[in-house]
Ligand binder design. Structure first.
Ligand SMILES: *Cc1c(COP(=O)(O)O)cnc(C)c1O
Length: 356
């Protein structure tokens, strides 16, 4: 992006996020942005009706009552514990604005979801970057004395590694006046969710999304779960920014997706099986694969660099994610797709390794 003379000083300081490629030209085997390989639930297809489309002249429900209700019912919470948004990226922005600012800095890991950088720059927040340990594990001790808001992606991206719920609990207890945001975008694939602790700790905000485990990335539905005090704070920001933040079609789609627990379980089961297969095949090819509790694996080979593998796979029609960043340059991140996609990926990878 080039700098324009029209930019405000604030906009000059931004650090915009670079999304994974979303090509429209070729039919890639797309394993780069952790989408579900499965279509939305059949109930979602039925919920987005012609009748709903014909109501697009009317604003959506600013309270998202149906959607919040479905989320609350699934987790046995009350609607006061829920706020839904236009993807969890929007929820995270509300949270940064609500809980961080003058005298309230934010801390997060050096290797984590890079959108945290983009959003904290947008709000001009003072931040502390806390390096993960050598093996990419996160130790909550490293955050204990931090006098501000803490954000932890659990499981983490792009490593896929998870911390136990009891670790988060220690952080919550160490300072009840400090908000801990746990980004559980990938928790359905094997992490320990902090949702059961919401009633006990009013400083715990859990953020989840329907983009990965509920096949709704394009529907843009995310949600926050927490104490009424935290949810009220998020609503202050929401009603200062975009009161109708979830559109009519996404409210219908998200509600139906949340209600179809059986379909969700089927898809999740398939991803877990496929992840096991993919991990085994990569290890057989000599890759080091980090232990993943997510719908992707983070892997490196000592025969080909991460950048080279990414480029050669792309030339052969397979997209994975590569981060040209210190500490993780040797790795590629591979979304756990369908078996058909994964077989193509493994075949192409084996060919590339044979040629080096
Ligand atoms: C994908 C992702 C999100 C954002 O998802 P939305 O599509 O905006 O709901 C948030 N956090 C992490 C760690 C993610 O990987």
């Amino acid at each position: 992006m080039t700098m324009s003379r029209f930019l405000s000083q604030e906009a000059e300081r931004l650090a915009p996020y670079t999304p994974g490629e979303q090509p429209t030209d070729l039919q890639y085997v797309k394993l780069n942005t952790n989408e579900s390989p499965f279509p939305p639930s059949p109930r979602v297809i039925k919920a987005v009706t012609r009748a709903e489309l014909l109501k697009l002249n009317l604003y959506s429900d600013p309270t998202c009552a149906a959607l919040d209700g479905a989320v609350a019912a699934y987790y046995e919470l009350r609607p006061e514990n829920v706020l839904t948004g236009n993807g969890s990226d929007e929820i995270l922005a509300f949270a940064f604005r609500a809980f961080c600012g003058q005298g309230k800095p934010v801390a997060f890991a050096d290797i984590t979801y890079s959108f945290y950088h983009a959003q904290t720059a947008l709000f001009g927040l003072e931040k502390q970057i806390v390096p993960l340990r050598e093996d990419f594990s996160l130790h909550v001790e490293d955050y204990m004395g931090f006098p501000g808001t803490i954000v932890i992606a659990n499981p983490n991206a792009p490593t896929g590694m998870a911390v136990p719920r009891t670790d988060i609990q220690r952080l919550l207890e160490a300072d009840p006046n400090r908000v801990v945001i746990v980004d559980e975008a990938y928790v359905d694939f094997g992490g320990e969710s902090c949702v059961p602790m919401i009633f006990r700790y009013d400083n715990l905000l859990v953020v989840q999304t329907m983009s990965k485990s509920r096949s709704l990335a394009g529907g843009r539905v995310g949600f926050a779960l927490g104490s009424p005090a935290l949810i009220d704070a998020l609503n202050r920001v929401k009603y200062s920014f975009n009161p109708y933040n979830v559109n009519r079609l996404s409210i219908a789609a998200g509600t139906a997706a949340m209600e179809d627990a059986a379909y969700f379980e089927t898809c999740r089961g398939a991803i877990l099986r496929n992840r096991g297969w993919l991990t085994g095949e990569l290890e057989a090819l000599g890759f080091t694969v980090l232990p993943s509790a997510a719908n992707f694996v983070f892997a490196k080979s000592d025969r080909v660099s991460g950048g080279e593998l990414y480029r050669q796979l792309k030339e052969n029609g397979v997209l994975v994610r590569w981060f040209d960043k210190e500490r993780i340059r040797d790795y590629v991140r591979i979304t756990v797709g369908s078996m058909e996609q994964l077989v193509s990926f493994i075949d192409e990878t084996a060919k590339i390794l044979d040629a080096v």
